[in-house]
Design a protein around this ligand. Structure first.
Ligand code: IDP
Ligand code: MG
Length: 134
């Protein structure tokens, strides 16, 4: 393992439902460092670029409008094995399958609104940090 950076984003439902502080707290408690953080609206171009791998899937249009539906908190988080660590703290993609104690397990209900995004590899992290922080 090495010190890594990852991109993570509290999605509009996470912001709307008041989970910003708890999520940031969990990252810090896990020993991760918040390098950058901003409450902002995602642009359509950023949304489409972030989710390019899902273009054409039945949920793609809904996913894009959901991400554009309100402000998000975008973050760069660093630490030993940060990419995997954030994914572990997030839990499974479908909140119905996410373990209690994970962010999606505790604060999510449905796949369409699952609270948080996190890069799935160091390569994705580098690309996504570029998309959202330029
Ligand atoms: P991940 O966010 O855990 O990496 P991905 O498979 O990369 O999961 O999917 C990206 C996002 O697309 C999910 O977080 C979720 O918001 C949305 N999504 C994925 N699959 C579905 C689905 O079957 N229905 C609705 N939304 C979905
Ligand atoms: Mg993904």
């Amino acid at each position: 393992m090495a010190i890594e950076k990852t991109y993570t984003m509290i999605k509009p439902d996470g912001v709307r439902n008041g989970h910003i502080g708890e999520i940031v707290n969990r990252f810090e408690r896990a020993g991760l460092t918040i390098e950058r953080m901003e409450l902002t609206n995602v642009t359509e171009q950023q949304a489409r670029s972030n989710y390019a791998e899902h273009e054409g899937k039945p949920f793609y249009d809904g996913l894009i409008s959901y991400i554009l539906s309100g402000p998000v908190v975008k973050m760069v988080v660093s630490g030993e094995g940060a990419v995997k660590k954030v994914r572990t703290l997030m839990g499974a993609t479908n909140p119905a399958d996410a373990a209690p104690g994970t962010i999606r397990g505790d604060f999510g209900l449905v796949m369409d609104e699952n609270v948080i995004h996190g890069s799935d590899s160091p390569e994705s992290a580098e690309r996504e940090i570029g998309v959202f922080f330029g």
